[in-house]
Design a binder for this molecule. Structure first.
Ligand SMILES: CC(C)(COP(=O)(O)OP(=O)(O)OC[C@H]1O[C@@H](n2cnc3c(N)ncnc32)[C@H](O)[C@@H]1OP(=O)(O)O)[C@@H](O)C(=O)NCCC(=O)NCCS
Length: 210
């Protein structure tokens, strides 16, 4: 099978949601996103919106890895979502719209975890422009074939073209892959019992940080 990187289309959202649910089954993800119809519908709507934003603006990138083989339908095997931050300081007083999490999710944990990741990103990066890997997932049926690496490299190459540092909030499953690509752990913290997240920073290739 040959694999290539292509932009995610809004019509890919159901397959992207399917990959999310098959790949993210760690103790944190199980509490954040319920494995029911409402959780699936939430994720489909979420990815459709992200793909539309990626298509229409410069801030977000959403890419998929597509496998093709003679006589077979192409299959989406994984995806990644990236976001540019221009370094504008956040207005702490600004009210963010509250996300309505699907029923069955631990809404308090969702709010506190995503707010924590935001704080971690700002602490690690400060106010310099940067690129951020928001999501990376490969269908377990395609794991350890270099596809996660291909999706990661796509974004890191983009960061290097633009001369940007990269921030990643890494799950335990992703950390080894990121370390292999010069991402340095700057903080590790427990989110729920038995699950720790790691804030990681990668300098622009060829440059040391600072
Ligand atoms: C993390 C993930 C994207 C890796 O995808 P993948 O396609 O299986 O990874 P690759 O085949 O590209 O791995 C490349 C290298 O990364 C490292 N790596 C990948 N998965 C690893 C794991 N579970 N443990 C340790 N190292 C790992 C290895 O060095 C690997 O090279 P090797 O297979 O030659 O040893 C995938 O496991 C996944 O979707 N996990 C669940 C979702 C998740 O946690 N995503 C990360 C969010 S931050």
């Amino acid at each position: 099978m040959d694999f290539s990187i292509e932009p995610v289309l809004p019509s890919d959202a159901p397959r992207i949601a399917e990959i999310y649910f098959s790949a993210f089954n760690n103790p944190l993800s199980m509490r954040l996103m319920p494995r029911n119809e409402e959780g699936y519908a939430f994720q489909v709507a979420n990815y459709k919106k992200s793909a539309e934003e990626a298509q229409s603006g410069p801030e977000k990138d959403m890419v998929k890895v597509v496998g093709t083989a003679p006589g077979q339908d192409p299959v989406i095997a994984g995806f990644a979502q990236w976001k540019f931050y221009d370094g504008t300081p956040i207005d702490e007083g600004e009210k963010k719209e509250k996300t309505q999490w699907p029923s069955g999710s631990d809404a308090e944990l969702c709010d506190s975890f995503f707010a924590r990741v935001e704080r971690e990103r700002r602490t690690a990066i400060g106010e310099q422009p940067h690129y951020c890997l928001q999501l990376l997932a490969v269908d377990p049926a395609f794991s350890r074939r270099g596809l996660g690496e291909k999706l990661l490299k796509w974004g890191l190459d983009r960061a290097d073209e633009k001369g940007l540092v990269t921030f990643i909030s890494a799950s335990p499953a992703g950390r080894g892959l990121y370390e292999k690509h010069d991402c340095k752990a700057v903080h590790n913290y427990e989110v729920v019992p038995g699950y720790s997240e790691t804030s990681m920073v990668r300098p622009v290739a060829g440059l040391s940080r600072g």
